[in-house]
Design a protein around this ligand. Structure first.
Ligand SMILES: Nc1nc2c(ncn2[C@@H]2O[C@H](COP(=O)(O)OP(=O)(O)OP(=O)(O)O)[C@@H](O)[C@H]2O)c(=O)[nH]1
Length: 556
């Protein structure tokens, strides 16, 4: 060093410019170390330390006049030259894959082996001459003239090694740019550019002999790299804004979120998830199934989840809370299709909604029950409105509805329809002699007698005090006569039970047939009434059929 200083040196503009870039890199690296959350910080700093080394050695090479001093510092630059693309590749790989874990020391050491080996080979060049050939000499006789190097096989082997890393870097960011969209794509394209400029400068120097101020232009291209990184980091805040924003978002979420790797280990959990599990630290990398409170349940859901997004209910009986778990596969697109990187579990607390749903279902069941009661009551009311309270028989109100239906059926089926008007004989006398209550008993007994002897298609109505009406679908005069005669005979043969014992009761009846004796209810009732009158007149305890209309008119 003393000898080199003695042989002369100068701080030429290229040297000053390189030192300025070095200063900028130091400032940037310092700024990065002070950031709270800077992903891939280690590899980023190592990358810049390597480039700093490279530029420092290049600055010394440019400043010293003696050719042997220049060659010494050119050899000294090699650890930086080889480490720069190495850690550049590591940084990009971590950045593109969002790897937040720091680089292990063993990896740093392993990746430093080749740069150290190359350094040793470069420094020992005077003995083997495999790095720079004997033809390496200053370009002219001027003091401090740059050395034009004759590159040996070890130089080219190292260049290939370095270019493999650079090619890897280009591949990683180009692919990331192709697979991403919008802002992310623009960021990745910026990385493509930052990677391409030093590489192009170096390829130009090695293959085409490009030089800047007579030197390898690569260290000077770091001025561009520095400017680009400063812009990306300080201007766009690329490295801290997006990850920090994502991190803050995850922290701010009130719902628990967990990220699980393909081996079922929790690699990320937001504060809500930790709170629910009652964990604080030491959870990273632990098995999801072992997590307290919900681990086993979530693991089961995860095992059951198939392809694509799934939404599943989860009830934590211990906490009396209800959740909905969204299981989302995290995949990376590869040439051979998507590769599973893990799963994201988004656990949404739906207790409030679930309880409301339960309450709603309860209210719904209650209103259904009430509706059933109301409709039963309605039915009862209708029954009561249409039935006679004493005998339980249909009353006059239901007669119109029933008759219209039966008449329509008779018309449709072309069948006769019989009406029989029944009146108890001397009922007034019975009432007077035995009392009204006994009269009621008789009315009930007669109603029962009529009901007991009806077909399912027939109907019986109480249409007046002791007056009943039978509607007998499908019966002509003869058949109706036979039915009424049977009813009358049976009634007259047995006494009717009352509160004072059995009492003899007889009835008289008048029959009218549709369509022979009338077309509507009124005309048929009138015809039956006339026939009943005849039965009463002719001695009671009789059944009479209405006369044909022509004969009836004559009889009037
Ligand atoms: N117990 C009782 N009697 C009633 C009821 N409705 C009407 N009556 C009585 O029924 C009797 C009807 O008598 P009437 O139609 O005049 O004639 P009747 O005594 O039956 O004589 P005929 O019909 O000519 O055989 C009256 O005494 C009414 O008070 C009732 O709901 N209960």
């Amino acid at each position: 060093m003393q000898a080199c200083l003695a042989s002369g040196w100068s701080l030429s503009p290229p040297v000053l410019m390189t030192l300025l870039v070095c200063f900028g890199v130091v400032l940037l690296a310092h700024w990065v170390t002070r950031q709270r959350d800077f992903p891939e910080r280690d590899s980023f700093i190592l990358l810049h330390l390597a480039s700093l080394w490279w530029m420092g050695a290049a600055a010394l090479e440019m400043s010293f006049f003696a050719a042997e001093c220049k060659m010494f510092w050119a050899s000294m630059a090699w650890p930086g030259i080889v480490s720069t693309p190495t850690f550049w590749a590591v940084f990009l790989w971590q950045y593109v894959n969002s790897m937040r874990t720091p680089l292990p020391r063993s990896s740093i050491l392993g990746l430093s082996l080749v740069p150290l080996l190359v350094w040793a080979l470069a420094l020992s060049n005077p003995w083997h001459g495999l790095f720079y050939g004997a033809g390496s000499a200053p370009v002219d006789d001027s003091p401090g003239a740059p050395v034009r190097y004759q590159h040996g096989p070890l130089f080219y082997a190292t260049a290939v090694y370095v270019y493999l890393f650079m090619a890897f870097c280009m591949g990683v960011v180009s692919r990331a740019a192709a697979l991403s969209q919008g802002l992310h794509r623009r960021h990745y394209l910026a990385f493509v550019l930052v990677t391409a400029v030093p590489w192009v400068a170096n390829v130009g120097y090695v293959v085409f002999g490009w030089t800047l101020f007579g030197f390898d232009p690569t260290p000077f291209s770091f001025a561009f790299t520095l400017a680009a990184f400063s812009w990306l980091i300080v201007g766009v805040r690329l490295f801290d804004l997006l990850p920090v924003a994502r991190h803050l978002l995850l922290e701010a979420l009130l719902d628990p979120v967990l990220v699980i790797d393909p081996r079922g280990r929790v690699i990320e959990a937001n504060p809500a998830a930790l709170k629910l599990a009652g964990l604080q630290q030491g959870w990273q990398g632990t098995e999801l199934g072992q997590w307290p409170v919900f681990g086993a349940d979530l693991q089961r859901l995860l095992n059951e989840a198939g392809e694509g997004d799934q939404e599943r209910p989860l009830t934590l009986t211990s906490a009396a809370r209800y959740y909905e778990v969204r299981v989302r596969a995290i995949e990376r697109a590869t040439r051979h299709g998507p590769t599973l990187l893990g799963h994201m579990l988004y656990v949404r607390d739906v207790t409030q909604r679930h309880l409301s749903e339960l309450k709603l279902a309860e209210a719904l069941a209650l209103s259904e029950e009430r509706l059933r009661t109301i409709s039963n009551l309605h039915e009862q009311l209708r029954e009561q409105a249409l039935c006679d309270p004493l005998t339980g028989l249909y009353n006059r109100r239901y007669l119109d509805e029933f008759f219209s239906r039966e008449l329509a059926r008779a018309q449709r089926e072309n069948l006769p329809l019989a009406l029989a008007l029944i009146d108890l004989d001397h009922f007034k006398r019975l009432n007077d002699e035995c009392g009204h209550l006994v009269g009621d008993d008789v009315l009930k007994a007669v109603a029962k007698h009529l009901l007991d002897n009806l077909r399912s298609t027939d109907a019986v109505f109480r249409i007046g005090g002791e007056e009943f009406l039978l509607i007998l679908p499908g019966l002509d005069a003869q058949a109706a006569m036979a039915r009424l005669e049977a009813l009358r005979t049976q009634l007259s043969q047995v006494g009717q039970p009352t509160r004072i014992g059995t009492l003899p009761v007889t009835l008289s009846a008048g029959i009218a047939i549709w369509p022979a004796h009338g077309q509507g209810l009124d005309s048929l009732l009138q015809a039956a009434d006339v026939a009943l009158y005849r039965a009463k007149r002719d001695g009671r305890n009789r059944v009479e059929v209405a006369l044909p209309p022509a004969e009836a008119n004559r009889a009037r």
